[in-house]
Write a protein that binds this ligand. Sequence first.
Ligand SMILES: Cc1cc2nc3c(=O)[nH]c(=O)nc-3n(C[C@H](O)[C@H](O)[C@H](O)COP(=O)(O)OP(=O)(O)OC[C@H]3O[C@@H](n4cnc5c(N)ncnc54)[C@H](O)[C@@H]3O)c2cc1C
Length: 526
Amino acid sequence: MNRSYDVVIVGGGPVGAALAVDLGLRGVSCAVVERRTKLSDIPKGQGLTQRTMEHFFFWGIDQELRAARTMRQGHPIGQLTVYENLMGEFWHAPPGREVVAPYYFQANERLPQYRTEEVLRRRMADLPPVDDYFGWRASDLDQDATGVRVTIEKDGEVRVLEGRYVVGCDGGHSMVRETADIERSGTNFDQVMALIVFRSRELHEALERFPPRSTYRVVNPELKGYWMFFGRIDVGEGFFFHAPVPPGTNADDFDFAALLHKAAGFEFAAEIDSVGFWDLRVRVAEKYRAGRAFIAGDAAHTHPPYGGFGLNNGLEDAVNLSWKLAAVLDGWGGESLLDSYTAERRPVFGDIGENIIAAGIYEERRFLETNHPEPDPEAFRAAFRDLADGFGRKTRQYEPHYDGSPIVIGPPGALTSARGAHVFRAQAGHHLVPQPLSDGRNVYDELGAGFTLLALGAEESDTGALEKAAASVSVPMTTIRDTFGGGRESYEQRLILVRPDQFIAWAGDTAPDRPDEVIGRVTGRT
Ligand SMILES: Cc1cc2nc3c(=O)[nH]c(=O)nc-3n(C[C@H](O)[C@H](O)[C@H](O)COP(=O)(O)OP(=O)(O)OC[C@H]3O[C@@H](n4cnc5c(N)ncnc54)[C@H](O)[C@@H]3O)c2cc1C
């Protein structure tokens, strides 16, 4: 039996499930095709940023997600860097994501990806517009000017799902990306990494020499800038670990316990639960759209899990694409809204992959080649501290924005990238910072599913001009009227037009000369 949907999503991993939730909440009918029936028990994708937690808030499952964490409540989330091995004399525990906490509406969280996926899948199952096809593999795809056809197979049965659009959330080996002929490029370090999941109470006890942290990064001159990296799954005995291994290593003929002991600097008892491998390379698709086919998450970008960017950015892809698809399907979004998905999301990940992750590896390699504890251990201690502190600096600078987007009215000639500055000022192309309203609620509590106009002590005629322009082309927009005070003055703008994904489309003190042109541009109609 063939079925027809607005959107067919291939891949029901975290990004596919999140896209289905966001589209389902917007009333868009969608099918999620996922070949697996059981979740993977690899505890990857653990670090969820404050921004990601805002998505879970809007999906109505932030509390459920926090309840699913495996580390005990209150255990700090953050990284520690140590030289040579975990027993090393030189270590530093810089502040973590808390340095940017005031700029987001939610605190960050940490839990294994399979737990996150369970929460997303439960939410998905509650949404009538979403059908799941678990256990089905998407084997082919074709498209024409009016729609797409996705062939799916299960136990010899073949069906075709029709859709207006297809989104490949089908991971690094994406069938959708390959069928749509989308190329990828990026730095290849030609290095195989092992991922070991293990349990050890002895290691947990040894880590009590440090302040409480959730990840422990070992840097060592032998590693050429690559990391040996321990992450907690719980606080007691569960860990994952990744480290470079020689080419050709396989799970049966390598002493993984010895690798763990080397990184730890002492021998300890450990139960190894699983061993896997991944390639240390960055790969970003040249575009995220080909006609009616889109790609999101690992299908669009893969990279070493240094810094925990993968899942967080995959979820941001889903949120960026969802409102645009819904707007076009609803008739108020123009075709160029769909092109803006590549224009906004691709440069962000290009910057992360090359200028943050790959450049970070080269930078650390240089540091470790030129700095040594001898002959001056105190000078080395200071330099090492500075290196580890670089993480805090990078956290402050990590502020993905769409300055160069064709659908925001930002500074002329600006470029979209992952690096900016966390500021309270409302800037077109940037994430809206939360602020309290006079009634004690937060701006974030009031943001709607469509556009929101924040009118803070603005002239009624200016507010009305934008409202009229939006209403004349049926663009859903709600207005929040409040005073220009109580913290809201730190936006430095009296009128702020916020997109459905909480990014600012336009800001000013008075209405623009041509409100219709602003509304046309930010909805991709002109
Ligand atoms: C060791 C490690 C640690 C990590 N740590 C972090 C972290 O701290 N923070 C972070 O943000 N990210 C992290 N990541 C990255 C993160 O795990 C990935 O970015 C994330 O899994 C991407 O989700 P996805 O849904 O795009 O792809 P996937 O998780 O790969 O899901 C794709 C889904 O598509 C399905 N599928 C594929 N092809 C088909 C088909 N033809 N038909 C039907 N179904 C199909 C697959 O079965 C799968 O379920 C880490 C990764 C690793 C390896």
